[in-house]
Design a protein around this ligand. Structure first.
Ligand code: NAI
Ligand code: MG
Length: 358
């Protein structure tokens, strides 16, 4: 039986707390399912590593990760280090180095979870937002000049390439096609940004021609925010730029209950490199070490990881266990209005995995 080789990078803050909880759950899934096994390798990279070594990960970090089937990642961010250093030094170094150009974020209101929308609207949320993850507004291109002078300037150049837009549009179309509603919304801002966003529109339009089975509509990003709130049931799969989707996915997470529930995948669809799976929340300094972080996002993340590895049955078993726990409302973490600890929520999900198996 082939074991799935998983690189585990807990990172900073609550990252290691929720990722170790996720590893426990994955081990129980393996225990209760024939032909499923994992081989976890831990990497202690992150801000403490930086304090000891002056870098967030070793120089040959990517080479060390290259042979793994997937990366299970917590969060980075430290109260005493600049966010751009920690983010670019580890998370973005991996995403960009492995060309994980598709960032995929599912959203739905899990059973028993109360979101901020009226119930009939909240329950209509069933979205996958596909975020361009390699270029656009976060390409890292730009510069500063004339520092300290009245004419000082700072520029970030949004980079849109034909190849970059084409591959994300195609990935989004494939995602939309794999879902029952076969519906895609393309988010843009080509009314105000006349170059890159116009290329984005043109290339998306070309790609969509190959997908005549999809229903496609277009939204300006500002209008998209109000559609997500007012008419969530009209949305299914969404494709948006790096910046636009960054914002829309936080809105999606809030509308579906809590940041403690959001999961995401950074995918290299070519599978030349391992893809990376992470909860969308950060290192949450305010609750680090208190044992109260909600691990459900990291469990949902693990389910996405399983799906990517071709373990659809295990992915579904895990999602079902998560939903059993949220639906019962007996073991509820603080961010969802209860008092349960990380360990209690983890134990409840493990019991649900075993229970469904009994
Ligand atoms: P955050 O996501 O860490 O926290 C925002 C709020 O949500 C906090 O009140 C926190 O306690 C709560 N929260 C987050 N996850 C939770 C969970 N699982 N259970 C319960 N409550 C949870 O975002 P913030 O405060 O803006 O950033 C803190 C640090 O994390 C910064 O250094 C930031 O750069 C970094 N960050 C890293 C990310 C990553 O590694 N992918 C993503 C977002 C932020
Ligand atoms: Mg974000």
């Amino acid at each position: 039986m082939a074991k799935h080789r998983i690189a585990v990078i807990g990172g900073d803050g609550i990252g290691p707390e929720v990722i170790e909880a996720g590893c426990r759950v994955l081990e129980v899934l393996a225990e209760t399912q024939k032909d499923l096994a994992f081989d976890f390798t831990r990497f202690d990279w992150g801000s403490d590593y930086y304090r000891r070594n002056g870098v967030m990960m070793p120089k040959d970090g990517l080479a060390q990760l290259e042979g793994f089937d997937a990366i299970y990642f917590g969060a980075v961010g430290d109260p005493n280090l600049p966010d751009d250093l920690t983010l670019w030094g580890l998370r973005l170094a991996i995403c960009q180095g492995f060309d994980q150009f598709a960032n995929v974020r599912p959203s739905k209101l899990l059973p028993g979870v109360v979101g901020p929308l009226r119930p009939e609207l909240g329950q209509a949320i069933d979205w996958v937002i596909v975020r361009e993850n390699s270029e656009g507004e976060y390409a890292g291109v730009g510069g500063r000049a004339h520092r300290g002078l009245p004419i000082e300037v700072g520029m970030d150049v949004a980079v849109f390439t034909r190849a970059g837009v084409e591959r994300i549009a195609r990935y989004a179309c494939e995602t939309a096609r794999s879902r029952p509603r076969k519906k895609l919304t393309v988010v843009t801002k080509s009314n105000a940004q006349r170059h890159g966003m116009v290329l984005w529109d043109e290339v998306c339009r070309e790609v969509i021609r190959d997908y005549s089975d999809l229903t496609v509509d277009w939204m300006l990003v500002d209008a998209m925010t109000q559609r997500m709130v007012a008419k969530p049931g009209t949305i299914d799969t969404v494709v948006a730029t790096n910046l636009h989707a960054d914002i829309l996915t936080d809105l999606a997470a809030a509308l579906s209950g809590s940041l403690g529930l959001g999961a995401t995948a950074n995918v290299d669809p070519s599978r030349k490199h391992p893809s990376m799976f992470e909860p969308i929340h950060g290192s949450a300094f305010d609750i680090t070490g208190k044992g109260v972080a909600n691990p459900l996002a990291s469990f949902w993340t693990a389910s996405m990881l399983l799906e990517h590895l071709g373990e659809a049955k295990a992915a579904q078993r895990l999602m079902a266990a998560i939903e059993t726990v949220t639906a019962r409302r007996e073991v509820v973490p603080p961010d969802l209005g209860g008092k349960a600890t990380t360990v209690q929520v983890t134990d409840a999900v493990i019991a649900a995995v075993r229970g469904a198996n009994a």
